[in-house]
Design a protein around this ligand. Sequence first.
Ligand code: PMP
Ligand code: GLN
Length: 379
Amino acid sequence: MNPLYAQMGTTIFEAMSARARETGAINLGQGFADGRGPEAVLEAAARALLEKSNQYPPMAGLPELREAVADHYVRHQGLDLAPEEVIVTSGATEALAAALFALIEPGDEVLLFQPLYDAYVPLVRQAGGVPRFVRLEPPHWRIDIAALEAAITPRTRLLVLNNPLNPAATMCSAEELATLAAFCAAHDLVAVCDEVWEHVTFDGARHLPLIGFPGMRERTVKIGSAGKIFALTGFKVGWMCAAPPLARVLARAHQFLTFTTPPNLQWAVAEGLATQDAWVQEARHRFQQGRDRLAVGLAAAGLAVLPSAATYFLSVDLAASGIALDDRSFCDRLVEAGVVAIPVSAFYAEAPVTHVVRFCFVKEDATLDAAIARIIAAR
Ligand code: PMP
Ligand code: GLN
């Protein structure tokens, strides 16, 4: 047995959703929205299932979807991507695995910011890589370039950047991205950019992709997910975009992970990317209202709510709220009160921040109101 997996627990998202299922608690833990996503995408998926081929699509993805993804980024982010530079994967998770397996040689060091999405460290280790952590601290979670420089060694090959950042709900500024680009070029690093939250941004702020910064076009893997763009997390249609020399190697890893992704879902996402900009815009407004509803409700009860610029999440600082419990104990207390949340310590591989709890706000108003009342009663 591989000790990496034999000694590992169940991911916090599954563990907390299981507690919601067992207890009937309101699930503000794992990130998924109420609602069905765009009807046109669901109809396209159903139609394609009945009317189009359900045999293996091309390994790198349906040409129509690769073109739709490239076109989407040309329109929304001013990038000059070609369809050949897009490889369709079964969710961003598979793209992350393929990128890390393809780019890491055993012993290579990988720079990772903490807090981090919990898949990163096992994937780096499975690839034989050595994680090097750079810590971000609440409430601002700002990147400290001096800390990055201090983590560099002659073995450093990759930087993994999750932007917008889950669970911190922050976005990198243009200045920060320019600094990161200069850093990657100076140390000859490839950047693996997990940008699944790129469209879930608030207050008029827009996501900027690192691949668009000087020197990054040839040294970046940009990862996205239809699950987040259309609030259809169960679709598990994602992609990775990179210049041809990188894309070729990424495709080699992808071909032996999943090889392909269900064709009807690929058709549906291609149609959605071409026709559903208005839905994405409307969802952004709706999610922002959910954010504000939860933030106002919790703040009125004296909880210290941290800012949320993007993602489905906001966090509460327990220490600043005068709550003496650590995040896991507080989450246990919340489950008893009928609400599931995520302890942010789960996003650290070492020396965790233990006084912050994450809540998902992309829920119906009535659900958020009921959750707020229960959280207030539990504090
Ligand atoms: N990366 C981050 C930062 C995420 O938050 C998530 C899940 N929300 C994923 C990757 C996984 O995306 P997918 O469901 O497309 O695999
Ligand atoms: N990304 C989701 C979250 O942060 C969870 C994804 C999963 O459960 N695999 O809640």
